[in-house]
Design a protein around this ligand. Structure first.
Ligand code: PLP
Length: 223
């Protein structure tokens, strides 16, 4: 099936309150443009350099989401245009995003990544760490970032009950942290669900799904 057709099928299956991030990492601009012409405006990349290059050549009404692990020293390259950073997992990174956003006189929306998977390879903080950051004095001084939600990646397994447990854990964490808010902190987004598990994620309360291979086809990392 074509990219356009894949997109239309997925969109038709999403409830209105769920946003679709088309994960276009490793894919050529021509593929992204096919999705763009089919109406898609939110794209997710996991490497800053690749996102910067695509941003430069593509239409400027696209919302670029950084969904990968972010190194502090690379924040400056995307600070002028990034729409949402999903993978914020430590305070030092928040501070750097704030500093770079200030240079561009803007506020950058961020999601805190919570570690919900049992795999060591997945990044993220514990709900307690997230809560401590949000309550801290240092955090309240960051005026050029806004925490708008949480992000999580489930364990890579066929055990649906296991994945469901992890998604529910993220949803519970979201509901707890949502009880308080501040100028730079107001939760409304739960980014969870990928090609293999997005329907389950939506059933568990996801408001933003990140879908790559079901739209663009399998990725080939060797080229
Ligand atoms: C690659 C990636 C996705 C999309 O994965 P698919 O299985 O291709 O849908 C979603 N989220 C993150 C963080 C990713 O790195």
């Amino acid at each position: 099936m074509s990219i356009k057709q894949n997109l239309q099928n997925i969109k038709a299956s999403l409830p209105d309150h769920v946003a679709l991030v088309a994960v276009s990492k490793t894919k050529p601009v021509s593929d992204l443009m096919e999705a763009y012409h089919a109406g898609q405006r939110i794209f997710g990349e996991n490497k800053i350099q690749e996102m910067v290059e695509k941003h430069e050549t593509m239409p400027k009404d696209i919302e670029w989401h950084m969904i990968g692990h972010v190194q502090s020293n690379k924040v400056k390259y995307m600070a002028s245009f990034v729409h949402l950073i999903h993978g914020v997992d430590n305070f030092k990174l928040l501070k750097e995003i704030n500093k770079q956003a200030l240079k561009h006189d803007r506020v950058i929306d961020c999601l805190l990544q919570i570690k919900i998977a049992s795999e060591d390879s997945k990044f993220g903080m514990t709900p307690n760490e997230a809560s401590e950051i949000i309550k801290s004095e240092m955090f309240s001084e960051l005026k050029n970032i806004k925490i708008v939600g949480l992000m999580g990646m489930a364990t890579f397994t066929n055990d649906e009950n296991w994945v469901k447990k992890e998604f529910n854990y993220l949803k519970d964490t979201f509901e707890n942290l949502k009880l308080t808010s501040a100028d730079n902190y107001q939760l409304n987004t739960i980014s969870m669900g990928m090609s293999g598990d997005y329907q389950l994620a939506i059933n568990c309360g996801s408001t933003m799904v990140r879908i790559g291979s079901s739209i663009f086809g399998e990725r080939n990392y060797s080229i």
